[in-house]
Design a protein around this ligand. Sequence first.
Ligand code: BES
Ligand code: MN
Ligand code: ZN
Length: 507
Amino acid sequence: MSFKEDISFRVVSSELAKVSADALVVAVGKGADGPVILDAPLSTAALASLKASMPALGVTGAADQVVRLPGLPETGAKILVLAGIGAVKNGAASDEALRRTAGAAIRQLAGLKHVLFAIPTTAVGQVAALAEGAALGAYQYASLHSNTKDKRDPVSKVTIHSTLAKDPELAAALERAAVVAKAVNATRTLVNEPPSKLYPATFAEAARDLAKGLPVKVTILDEKRLLKDGYGGIMGVGQGSSRPPRMVKLEYKSDRAVADLALVGKGITFDSGGISIKPGAGMVTMKCDMAGAAAVLNTVLAVADLGLPVNVTGWLCIAENMPSGTAIRPSDVLTMFGGKTVEVLNTDAEGRLVMADGLVAASQEFPDVIIDVATLTGAQVVALGHRTAGVMGDEGVSAALKAAADRAGELVWPMPLPEELRPSLESPVADMANIGERMGGMMTAAVFLQEFVGKGKDGETIPWAHLDIAGPAFNEASPYGYTPKQGTGMAVRTLVAYVEDVVARSA
Ligand code: BES
Ligand code: MN
Ligand code: ZN
């Protein structure tokens, strides 16, 4: 597995003529009366000529549009690029519009080495947004194509032209952008790996490798240990595979910690459905079913890398869901970690089984809050579509996650946890069945998970929220903005922003 990050950032306020780059990117907004170039340090003559030629060039200012023109003699760049930023309100672009524009440009300019951005920025956060978007947009999976003749290498050098070049807060903001982008990109790579390469044992080893050099303790529970300790959910789901399951525990501790957070991730390295096997079309993307665990892993690493004053424990619930003579059967009963029994009526509802063990394990350490992340249900995609994740659980935690997602530039929407769904999960032979009401199945799954959230030291149920990322974890459509095809790295940015918010609130 290759997780190399090869992109460097520099912010300058010098004249554009002094920066020799392959491309100079300026942003074009979609105004009421046609495209408008966002304040760019170009000569009046150049701006006037661009303005006059934009309609004929087909430049609209629409997001994702990237139009290349010959370089202006007054600049030091070989080509000029007009990058669409979409509708801009009162001349001010949102951080997310800046991320997407930088990402779309860098992605489409692959093959060039050095890109210079001259997009107006009035706050350090906007410069960081450009850097983050560029680092996310430069992502390429080291794919297994045998013919690499037409491969265009990602842009490796980014210069951002900004009047804020000397701002004392810039270095930290750029460092944060780099750490977060690295975490998102590593999540994408783990998701993109074929399941023949990334299976429970290799996923656990990858976690250990990625944590090297960071103050994160990695403990891997193998199948013998999981069996001995009674992790019946993870063991049950994994028992049909020739590749035994793992639980990975990641611990980051700060001596200035203001809170104890637990993150639990679904790590099904391939979800065939098991004996309740999926139809072929529904199975092809199921290497993405470990995206929650990959996001949790990389969030813990990013939080450690940034040295945030919190304690975070990550729990990766890793198994492969396969049909075989040793697989669990519909109507088998599993004894989960902590002792609750579950009748497995559908072996394709496996995510909630591994997550149950993870939630119980996390609860036993009495964290202040538990957040779980899982590609849990197809119903999530039906309800919220391909790009928006659902968040369910404690209202406070859900609202905080929604706010963090808004700031980070990820789409998250709160959904309820209706009490009336609970009876549908009753079983005649065990404490619960693993499937219940089909309509609103995203919420039924969350109601199942809720049963495994334990009580804190104060005797109250630990505040908990669940993110269902089944849709947004994997992009089957074309790339857009900074989002590539396949693994997207969904949830990492929201979780890092959430942790930062917890720290900010306690200050
Ligand atoms: N991993 C799937 C959910 C999923 C679907 C993720 C589409 C990403 C894209 C999950 O394990 C699953 O199979 N869920 C079942 C549950 C059902 C049997 C109650 C589903 O959604 O069909
Ligand atoms: Mn499944
Ligand atoms: Zn699954």
